[in-house]
Design a protein around this ligand. Structure first.
Ligand code: GDP
Length: 365
């Protein structure tokens, strides 16, 4: 499954947030293929549509889709030079699909700030700089490799070198690799193999005080302004409260607790949803009396590829897909009703699966 790495300076609230994630964790038994390590938390992706389907079908089993969060502790100033076990942690980041960057936006005299003051923008820049330095190393190495071929006249290598130099300049200017807008194919050729840390999609968490949970505060606003230029999203939450929320198992009590704080949903739930869309992921459903299940795919995938998430045989032997929209399922109550009303579509190999589709695949074995 997909992994988001939680990064940030020490004492910003990463562990507190990670604990909230691991406490409210998904039942790992349903996901035999996840490797559960101490620094990995598995959470289910909240989805109202799954609840609707469950109500209509009343299945024996409901399986939501999941995301994994990895706690990447120990990033400090100088990490790219190896400080604080820096290189090990940077290697951990290389493996994740997206980055959740936690920034301290709360004042608390009892919690030491590693740099002596609360300044979210500066904090963010410290982490960014470490990641950029590491990326610069990777880009420099690749430049050395490609240069020979480019000098020998290889046109492909020349184009790659050109782009690599642009990345180098970007990083040297203190900007993240993701800020360079380039053609996807050219980008793949030049840096596809490098797994650049600052090219990964990012999402910021402003960890604020309890009092600022709803409206944010001057710190979270400063952060928001800064990352606006990057087109990145900021989730405002209070990690300490999130960890309390995650302790509450009873759904009704959970609702009450949120209402007491004036929250519509938990910050964690917002974070999970935002991570999901950051990665350009969508969900389709399968709905039978035995099991109603949510499946994760990348937006734009066609029916056979989407079927392959269930089983590779589904993709190989794909014949067609029967597709129902949730709204139709809701209106006509069940598959037979939908069929009768002529609302079940039969789609072929070229069908692009839409978010929320209820799919039934037909395939050869
Ligand atoms: P990490 O080093 O980034 O993992 O930070 P921790 O999660 O260990 O948090 C560092 C300290 O800050 C701990 O004492 C937490 O209790 C405290 N802390 C975390 N989140 C908040 C918060 O939202 N408000 C306040 N006041 N303290 C917090």
């Amino acid at each position: 499954s997909l992994q988001c790495g939680i990064v940030g300076l020490p004492n910003v609230g990463k562990s507190t947030l990670f604990n909230a994630i691991s406490t409210g964790k998904a039942e790992a038994a349903n996901y035999p293929f996840c490797t559960i390590e101490p620094n990995v938390g598995v959470v289910t992706v909240p989805d109202e549509r799954l609840d609707i389907l469950t109500g209509l079908v009343n299945p024996q089993k409901v399986i939501p889709t999941i995301i994994e969060f990895v706690d990447i502790a120990g990033l400090v100033k100088g990490a790219s030079q190896g400080a604080g076990l820096g290189n090990k942690f940077l290697a951990n980041i290389r493996e994740v699909d997206a980055i959740v960057h936690v920034v301290r936006c709360f004042q608390d005299e009892n919690v030491v700030h590693v740099e002596g003051r609360v300044d979210p923008v500066f904090d963010k820049e410290i982490i960014d700089a470490e990641l950029q330095l590491k990326d610069l190393e990777s880009v420099d190495k690749k430049i050395q490799k490609v240069e020979k071929a480019a000098r020998a006249g290889d046109a492909k290598a020349k184009a790659e070198l050109e782009l690599l130099k642009q990345y180098k300049a970007t990083l040297e200017a203190g900007k993240n690799a993701r800020s360079l807008i380039v053609d996807e194919e050219a980008k793949q050729a030049a840096i596809g193999d490098l797994q650049l840390l600052t090219a990964k999609p990012v999402l910021y968490v402003a960890n604020v005080d309890e009092q600022s949970m709803l409206a944010g505060n001057e710190y979270s606003e400063k952060l928001r302004e800064t990352v606006k230029q990057e087109g990145a999203e900021v989730i405002v939450l209070c990690a300490a409260i999130e960890s309390q929320i995650s302790e509450i198992e009873d759904p009704e009590e959970h609702e009450m607790f949120l209402a007491e704080y004036g929250l519509k949903e938990s910050g964690l739930s917002k974070l999970i949803k935002a991570s999901y869309s950051l990665l350009n992921l969508i969900t389709y459903f399968t709905a039978g009396v035995k099991e109603v299940r949510a499946w994760t795919i990348v937006r734009g995938w066609k029916a056979p590829q989407a079927a392959g998430v269930i089983h590779s045989d589904f993709e190989k032997g794909f014949i067609r897909a029967e597709v129902i929209k949730i709204a139709d399922f809701q209106q006509f109550k069940n598959e037979a009703g939908v069929k009768e009303a002529g609302k079940m579509a039969v789609e072929g190999k070229e069908y692009v699966v839409a978010d929320g589709d209820i799919m039934h695949f037909r395939f050869n074995v």
